[in-house]
Design a protein around this ligand. Structure first.
Ligand SMILES: [Cu+2]
Length: 309
């Protein structure tokens, strides 16, 4: 696990961001120390026993000009370094490699130009890449601290970031916009490898083998798996694993009832998720999917859930 990553040359954005940070940090540190020291000096120098009668001061043009002009210059200096770093981030080189990033509750998908989809962000070293950011549900934010890049993925809006990875290694990818219960699990790896290795990795793609069953595709596309695991682990809702055919205690209007998880129950749970909620799971968390999914889609989901023994 990588806790802190201060790799000075991990990407081409590091220099601009770190310089801007250090400029603001130095100015802030200077004033923090200066103001604190002056304050302590004044408390001692002008305490009641030493200075019993307060002096009345009536304006000073010189002072007012100084404390207007000096901060103005300082914020312009901060703006200059911030802007210089920012402009580079928004101007994507023409030869950049495009990667489509889908953020959803609660995972990242990285889709390459040949259609390969990866859970981790593989990157060739010294090659500019443009990440086109999309969200399938709520606002997320793609954050790679070591590369000093962070951009929001906003539903219904296109956003992007670009950078050149300059140091081989593995780096943390995080979500930096609180997006719900499993926000903190929304992590991935950025893996920077030499171009030849990357080409091999990218070419190792077999759409016909990798293709998910249709039901699973629908579950993923609608972010169902954010709340319902496929491996038996308990998330917000019950896991889909081994669920078909078993009996469950559900609550119907506050009363317990035993149901068999069959096709009818699964379809009803998709259309009216709050009608018969399994005991010990929160109610009113899921919304109805009757307007989102077609009957055919729902059938595919049920067919897929049957296979999860
Ligand atoms: Cu998120």
């Amino acid at each position: 696990m990588i806790y802190l990553q201060i790799f000075s040359g991990a990407s081409n954005m590091v220099e601009g961001v770190d310089r801007s940070f250090m400029v603001i940090f130095s100015i802030s540190l200077f004033f923090l120390m200066g103001i604190t020291a002056t304050m302590i000096y004044f408390i001692v120098r002008y305490r009641k026993t030493r200075n019993p009668k307060a002096t009345q001061i009536d304006g000073s043009n010189t002072l007012e000009i100084i404390w207007t002009v000096v901060p103005l210059i300082l914020v312009m200096v901060m703006f200059f370094y911030g802007y210089r770093g920012y402009v580079i981030m928004r101007e994507v080189p023409e030869d950049a490699m495009n990667i489509k990033v889908n953020g959803y509750m609660w995972d990242w998908d990285f889709e390459y130009e040949n259609g390969k989809v990866s859970k981790d962000l593989y990157l060739p070293i010294n090659k500019p890449v443009k990440l086109n950011l999309y969200s399938l549900d709520v606002i997320h934010s793609l954050y790679i601290p070591a590369f000093r890049v962070k951009e929001d993925a906003v539903p219904g809006k296109e956003n992007y970031m670009w950078f050149t990875a300059q140091l081989e290694g593995e780096y943390e990818v995080l979500c930096a916009e609180y997006c719900g219960l499993r926000h903190s699990y929304m992590e991935a790896k950025a893996v920077v490898i030499p171009q030849e290795k990357f080409d091999t990795w990218l070419a190792d793609y077999h759409p016909e083998l990798n293709k998910d069953p249709r039901g699973l595709e629908i579950l993923k596309a609608n972010a169902c798996t954010g709340c319902h695991s496929l491996d038996g682990s308990k998330l917000v809702g019950p896991s889909f694993k081994g669920i078909f055919g078993i009996q469950r205690i559900v609550l119907v209007a506050g009363k317990e009832k035993t149901v068999t998880v069959d096709e009818d129950y699964l379809l009803k749970s998709i259309k009216e998720p709050n009608a018969e909620v399994v005991k010990d799971y929160p109610a009113n968390v899921m919304q109805s999917y009757s307007k989102v999914l077609t009957n055919e889609d729902m059938g595919e989901i049920v067919t897929y859930i049957k296979t999860l023994k």
